[in-house]
Design a protein around this ligand. Structure first.
Ligand code: NAD
Ligand code: MN
Length: 361
């Protein structure tokens, strides 16, 4: 029987709640499928940092390299500075495995009361493609004269032609595969007159390779207003590491909750394993209470299955998710409900098993 090896990295905060929930869903799926999963769990994150002085072992990537995919929770501990936790774990994996395409689908799931009053569920169906390997989060920069009045610090935005071309190609290809074949390229090329101007220029060049894709440009500030006021004019969106990070939290909120939103950190060339995770963080305010919405993780699992080529299984999980969101009794607190992480997880697992029984009958 086909077996996929999956690394699970819960990390910190509610990551420790939603990743085990995700593993439960994968196990329920496998028990009714023609494939299996072999899990290896890595206890990296804040606790690992307290014990070993680092968020993950220096040779940690070696242990992940042979996996078919990674399911990740969150990096972020209330007692460790955020830049240390994020760079020491999540970004180390994203950059180490050159997962340069960060893909973030957003739509309003059945039963979700999204906040925009002039937006029907069919008006908001987006995929945001985020450059995930360089740009504003390249890590290039430094601090000098620390603690002195003349102290200075820089974070250099690093845009390479190769990096910009490959993410734009990925976005055009993705747009091409969606029914509307439409792409919006977001920059800030009025104020940032070097790297952003190069983005726009390369977008024009790459666009010629995809004549069937309709595309337009939007400045990132105007983009926030367009997302709110004219959501139906958008389909696939591509933006830099920083811009897309911000826009996708907005997108998640417009679709009902940060707790629902999924993402994949993809190496399109499949040289390394790709990593799937909910877009939310550690949620210090609710961690350890069983209140976390696990749907963002389950939807990330749908993306993981699609990446593995298990399209039918992916559809089964998505269908179970939509049946669960359609039922207000299974809404967690972020959606205004009282259901716990475990209630939602058990419901999804139950539906997966029921689907299989129906099919067999
Ligand atoms: P956050 O996503 O952790 O929380 C923002 C708000 O959304 C909180 O009120 C939280 O309770 C709520 N929320 C988030 N996910 C939820 C869920 N599944 N169910 C219900 N409510 C949910 O963002 P933050 O507060 O800015 O960051 C907290 C920590 O997480 C920081 O250390 C940050 O660096 C880290 N972080 C990590 C990642 C990552 O590893 N991918 C992403 C974002 C933030
Ligand atoms: Mn973010």
């Amino acid at each position: 029987m086909k077996t996929y090896s999956i690394a699970t990295i819960p990390g910190d905060g509610i990551g420790k709640e939603v990743v085990p929930a995700g593993q439960q869903v994968l196990e329920a799926l496998a028990s009714t499928s023609s494939f299996r999963f072999e899990f290896e769990n890595f206890g990296w994150g804040g606790d690992w940092f307290r014990a070993h002085g680092e968020m993950m072992p220096a040779d940690g990537l070696q242990a992940l390299k042979g996996k078919d995919a990674i399911l990740f929770g969150s990096a972020g501990d209330p007692h460790i500075p955020d830049h240390i936790t994020l760079w020491g774990l999540r970004l180390k994996i994203c950059q180490g495995f050159d997962q340069y395409a960060n893909v973030r689908p957003t739509r309003i799931l059945p039963g979700i009361d999204a906040p925009l009053k002039r937006c029907r569920p069919e008006d908001l169906n987006w995929v945001i493609v985020r450059e995930n390997s360089e740009g504003e989060y390249s890590g290039v920069g430094g601090r000098v004269h620390q603690g002195h009045p003349i102290e200075a610090a820089t974070d250099v935005t690093m845009m390479t032609r190769a990096g910009v071309e490959r993410i734009l190609r990925y976005a055009f290809r993705l747009a091409q595969g969606r029914p509307r074949k439409q792409l919006t390229v977001v920059t800030k090329s009025n104020a940032q007159r070097h790297a952003m101007v190069m983005w726009d220029q390369i977008a024009g060049e790459v666009a010629r390779e995809y004549p069937d894709v309709r595309w337009d440009k939007e400045l990132v500030d105007a983009m926030t207003a367009r997302m709110v006021n004219k959501p139906a004019t958008l389909d696939t969106i591509v933006a830099t590491n920083l811009h897309a990070d911000i826009l996708s939290d907005l997108a998640a909120a417009l679709a009902g909750s940060l707790g629902l939103a999924p993402t994949g950190n993809i190496d399109p060339e499949r040289r390394y394993p790709s990593m799937f995770e909910p877009i939310h963080g550690s949620a210090f305010d609710i961690m350890g209470q069983g209140l976390a919405n696990p749907v963002g993780t389950f939807w990330s699992i749908v993306m993981l299955l699609e990446h593995l080529g298990e399209a039918e299984a992916a559809q089964r999980v998505m269908q179970a998710i939509e049946q669960v969101t359609a039922n207000p009794a299974l809404h967690t607190r972020d959606l205004g409900g009282t259901a716990k992480t475990a209630d939602v997880t058990n419901a999804v697992c139950g539906l997966l098993k029921a689907q299989a029984q129906r099919k067999a009958a």
